[in-house]
Design a binder for this molecule. Structure first.
Ligand code: RUB
Length: 373
């Protein structure tokens, strides 16, 4: 994406690799400061995923792939068996960072598979190439999502989105924001309601910032204001991203997405999920099987921001010792979802058949039971 930093225009990706170094836009600092951070080995990259230097399913998938590429480069001089052990160990470290987004696990698996053939120098090359291919595929996928999803957006539409599913969350054009960007660039008059997305504030801190950079009209709202606007007829369409989509269409996304889907359903507002195949997990039959990350309760009891002196700081928003819980995602049952905006176009019901046809060739596995939507 193009960003304007102190008057200078830059073209950046959320995550990229320069040799053995992984580079990331430090999303913990946005929107008050734009910084790039260098991660010099796979352990540092895993740390950066865990603490959310980068975040969003696509970006952590690409970061995971690059972490695997770093591990392969780190082990390039080891004998065959030790190389494999090192790579498997790195895969374990990366898998342990964040449990919900399918992209991270698929990226690690793709890199391990790439190391399946050849001798060590070839294996290293294969892993590095695979990591770069994940990035390339993802960028292309977001361009297709933009084209397909823009068809849903009519001139004058007000679109609600939750969390950040833009270029910083999904390499390239993003997922949920991709159709909005495209509709805007086609000259359509589109307005975005941006949920702030407590507790980490990805909407307030990142989505609003991305839309501002692009000159797309928007308004930031408190999470609990979305229903109010839906009820008043001021939302024409909801588009969200996804962290993991089960085979039956149940979708894990940022905590609060489920509520938005239910209120959209009640108000007959179309609710679409934008995500490519990397986020669709046919091994997971339904949302019940999706692991939901539970993060530090301090993210709920404290908030980050700038003080009046312009210094970044956290403040306490609850009494010392307050008990809190912090699930990072929830699952929206497929029955509340009108369809999926994918790199293959718009997918409507029946979701499972469409997913298997597109992503599960050569078809339904023996014994697979379609639970229905
Ligand atoms: C990010 C989040 C995003 C999804 C979809 O959570 O829930 O909505 O990842 O975005 P976190 P995308 O900030 O905790 O990683 O599909 O664009 O990746």
């Amino acid at each position: 994406m193009k960003v304007n930093v102190d008057g200078e225009e830059m073209d950046v990706l959320a995550v990229w690799r320069e040799g053995g170094v992984v580079k990331m836009v430090d999303q913990r600092k946005l929107p008050h400061s734009f910084e790039i951070i260098d991660l010099s080995d796979h352990r540092e990259t895993a740390w950066a995923i865990k603490v959310m230097v980068t975040r969003g399913a696509g970006s952590i998938g690409c970061a995971a792939g690059f972490g695997m590429a770093q591990a392969a480069l780190e082990a390039a001089d080891l004998p065959e068996e030790e190389f494999t052990a090192y790579l498997n160990d790195a895969a374990g470290t990366i898998r342990k960072t964040r449990p919900t987004a399918a992209n991270l696990f698929k990226a690690v698996d793709r890199c391990l598979k790439a190391a399946d053939w050849g001798k060590v120098p070839v294996k290293v090359e294969n892993v590095v190439k695979e990591a770069e291919l994940i990035l390339k595929d993802d960028i292309k996928a977001t361009e297709e999502i933009a084209k397909a999803g823009a068809k849903l957006i009519k001139d004058g539409f007000k679109v609600l989105t939750h969390c950040n599913a833009g270029a910083l969350a999904y390499i390239g054009l993003g997922t949920a924001l991709a159709p909005i960007r495209r509709a805007h660039s086609e000259g359509k008059n589109v307005f975005v309601w941006v949920d702030e997305t407590r507790p980490r504030g990805q909407g307030a801190r990142i989505t609003a910032w991305e839309l501002e950079q692009e000159g797309i009209p928007y308004a930031l709202i408190a999470d609990n204001a979305a229903g109010y606007y839906m009820q008043r007829g001021e939302v024409d369409l909801v588009i969200v991203g996804a962290d993991r989509i089960a085979a039956n269409g149940d979708t894990a996304n940022k905590i609060g997405t489920y509520e938005k889907a239910v209120v959209a359903f009640e108000n007959k507002i179309p609710f679409w999920v934008a995500a490519p195949g990397m986020t669709i997990d046919l091994q997971t039959e339904s949302g019940d099987d999706i692991e939901i990350e539970e993060r530090d309760p301090e993210e709920v009891t404290r908030m980050w921001g700038l003080n009046d002196e312009g210094e970044a700081t956290t403040i306490s928003v609850a009494a010392e010792g307050t008990s809190a819980r912090n699930p990072a995602f929830d699952v929206t049952p497929a029955k509340f979802i009108d369809g999926f905006i994918t790199e293959h176009g718009l997918i409507e019901r029946p979701f499972t058949e469409a997913f298997y046809w597109l992503y599960g060739q050569p078809g339904l596995p023996p014994g697979f039971k379609y639970a229905g939507t």
